[in-house]
Design a protein around this ligand. Structure first.
Ligand SMILES: NC(=O)c1ccc[n+]([C@@H]2O[C@H](COP(=O)([O-])OP(=O)(O)OC[C@H]3O[C@@H](n4cnc5c(N)ncnc54)[C@H](O)[C@@H]3O)[C@@H](O)[C@H]2O)c1
Ligand SMILES: O=C(O)C[C@H](O)C(=O)O
Ligand SMILES: [Mg+2]
Length: 580
């Protein structure tokens, strides 16, 4: 698709974001008065100094007291605590982010463990479902398939130059978490949510990112029939027009912001992998659900290997839910088995993929192309009990005697007591990772898994879950959520300006996270805790930047990556704002 230069040229060359950056890190703005107060990247509210108030025409527009960021954060936290539900807490924090980004990130950084589940998974699922009802002001860039020619123009309206953008997160919202198609609110909601985590976890500068909702329509009848729905009111466009639209997005984004990494989030199984394969060899791009999830699960698995002593090459793995995430993880576990000495064929044969129709076998009609490598030969399972289609999960567990059971199915409660007990009968330390999100989709809760296995299960989940005490041992539950991985990966890519996101970089990220925990104590978590997210992200970033340099993919001089990562991390502190 070609874009007319006139249409996506910056309308008048002015700073549409309202400011430019000074060499000393301060902001310079042509804006005055309310224009400054209404810009969340510039606004400091009561923290503007007397001099800034004078220069920027703010006298009389804010109360006379001059407060510190810490004082403001205390008030904002008290307001947060006064919100009666998680959803209202989310709405409150979104409104704060829309008013004052530094204050929002200060609060989020200071209360990360408490607020991450509010800003991100699982509460973000409720916020997305209510997006059109709660809508107050726009967040990000909304690209419509009905105006594919307008993509460049929409980006130009941001007024950001070619060197101003580090990262763009885009979603078409076909498969939001495990809750399905949520149209334009899903795209905008998940993209802004992921960006909040990028900044809180890895110090990605919030002034240098863009959230993109790719509105291609929705097949969600509830949205189509909701008079308040703010998206395109037609069914999802597929096929050629969809591909051309995605192409229009990629070409405008890479042409206008050549330094940015393009992150794909929550695409449906028919598009996610296809899109990644199309662009991965050409640009700096990454699919979080496939690659981020694959790497974080691999990190947790490396921890489990250390606990059980069973090497990767001897694992027998059942992947329940063979979609974008499930097969993305399978690919990385398979590659890890290959690195541990198996041939690709041998490694693939150690993975059993089960989906709605049961165990995937080569004779099944309608397999997706990415499932095909994992389909078992039909003859191999000829004597197995079948459940309508293929063998059910219970039968597969009984026959395979897996060492690991992974849940990426969105099927709540699918890991039943019977299945889990059967698995635990065949292996000393069953590795069980029900990582479907949000809470309404998880395959089993950790407390049950630990009880049913007499404390032997090694558990990781996608949602945050508190520790479980059983027979005197307290089990910390690893959160195998890609949030432990993608922020650091993004920071590593930004520091090195990597031209691609390679398998080697993902492996380095997984090993960096896996190497951070001591898993030997009874009940120890397989992954670092969320409280340590900044440290985890910095560690991942260093490993990724180093790998990018080693593989010849870095466009920037990495030098000492530890130092570069620390320097690059944005911190939620006010900067001086001056009048232009
Ligand atoms: N923890 C994490 O970091 C993380 C990352 C990505 C995805 N996820 C979660 O994984 C789940 C799947 O996400 P996805 O992007 O792969 O979606 P997807 O739609 O691509 O895949 C889901 C797969 O599960 C299958 N499935 C549905 N119901 C099933 C059932 N009853 N039994 C067996 N299989 C069934 C579907 O047919 C599909 O193949 C979601 O809940 C998502 O939140 C977690
Ligand atoms: O968003 C998350 O919590 C993880 C993951 O990307 C998902 O789709 O579930
Ligand atoms: Mg996702």
């Amino acid at each position: 698709m070609t874009m007319s230069p006139a249409k996506d040229a910056r309308p008048d060359g002015a700073h549409h974001r309202g400011f430019a950056e000074d060499p000393d890190g301060g902001y310079v703005t042509p804006g005055r008065g309310l224009t400054v107060l209404e810009n969340p990247l510039l606004n400091k509210g009561t923290a503007f100094s007397p001099r800034e108030r004078e220069e920027l025409g703010l006298e009389g527009l804010v109360p006379p007291v001059v407060e510190t960021l810490e004082e403001q954060a205390r008030r904002a936290y008290a307001q947060y605590l006064a919100q009666p539900t998680d959803l209202l807490k989310n709405v409150h924090l979104t409104a704060l982010r829309d008013r004052n980004e530094v204050l929002f990130y200060r609060l989020l950084t200071d209360h990360l463990r408490e607020m991450l589940p509010i800003v991100y998974d699982p509460t973000i699922a409720q916020a997305i479902e209510g997006y059109s009802q709660e809508y107050r002001r726009p967040g990000g860039v909304y690209l419509s398939i009905d105006d594919a020619e307008g993509v460049g123009h929409a980006f130009a309206n941001l007024g950001m130059g070619p060197g101003d953008v580090d990262l763009i997160v885009a979603s078409d919202a076909e498969e939001i978490l495990g809750i399905g198609d949520w149209g334009v609110g899903g795209g905008a909601g998940i993209a802004t949510g992921k960006l909040a985590v990028y900044t809180a976890a890895a110090g990605i500068d919030p002034a240098r990112v863009i959230a993109v909702a790719l509105d291609v329509g929705t097949d969600n009848e509830k949205l189509l029939n909701d008079p308040l729905y703010v998206g395109n009111r037609h069914s999802r466009v597929r096929g050629r027009r969809y591909d051309d639209f995605v192409d229009a997005y990629v070409s405008a984004a890479t042409r206008m912001f050549p330094e940015a990494m393009l992150h794909w989030e929550d695409f449906g199984p028919s598009n996610g992998r296809r899109i990644l394969s199309r662009y991965t060899g050409r640009i700096s791009t990454f699919n979080d659900d496939m690659q981020g999830t694959g790497a974080i699960v691999l990190a947790a698995m490396l921890g489990a290997v250390r606990v059980t002593g069973t090497p990767m090459r001897d694992q027998r793995i059942i992947v329940f839910g063979a979609g974008t995430a499930g097969i993305g993880i399978a690919d990385q576990l398979r590659d890890a088995m290959v690195r541990d000495g198996l041939s690709p064929e041998e490694a693939t044969r150690r993975i059993w993929a089960v989906d709605r129709q049961g165990l995937l076998t080569g004779d099944m009609p309608g397999l997706r192309d990415f499932q095909v490598p994992y389909a078992r030969p039909a003859a191999e399972v000829a004597g197995w009990a079948r459940d309508g289609g293929g063998a059910g999960l219970g039968e597969v567990v009984g026959r395979v005697r897996p060492t690991m059971l992974l849940g990426t199915s969105t099927a709540h409660g699918a890991f039943t007591e019977e299945i889990v007990r059967a698995m635990a009968a065949g292996v000393e330390r069953p590795v069980i990772f029900p990582i479907s999100n949000p809470t309404t989709r998880i395959e089993a809760m950790p407390a049950d898994l630990i009880r049913w296995t007499g404390g032997r299960a090694l558990v990781a989940t996608g949602i945050p879950v508190g520790p479980v005490t059983y027979h005197g041992v307290t089990y910390a539950i690893a959160q195998a959520n890609n949030a432990l991985l993608y922020p650091g990966l993004g920071l590593g890519v930004i520091v090195s300006r990597a031209r691609r996101v390679s398998d080697g970089m993902l492996q380095a990220a997984a090993e960096a996270v896996g190497g951070m925990v001591d898993v030997t104590a009874p009940g120890a978590s397989l992954l670092p805790q969320v409280d340590d997210l900044r440290e985890v992200s910095a560690t991942v970033a260093v490993a990724v930047a180093r790998k990018a340099a080693e593989e010849g993919l870095a466009r920037a001089e990495v030098g000492d990556p530890v130092e570069r990562v620390q320097e690059t991390m944005w911190r939620p502190d006010y900067r001086p704002v001056r009048a232009a």
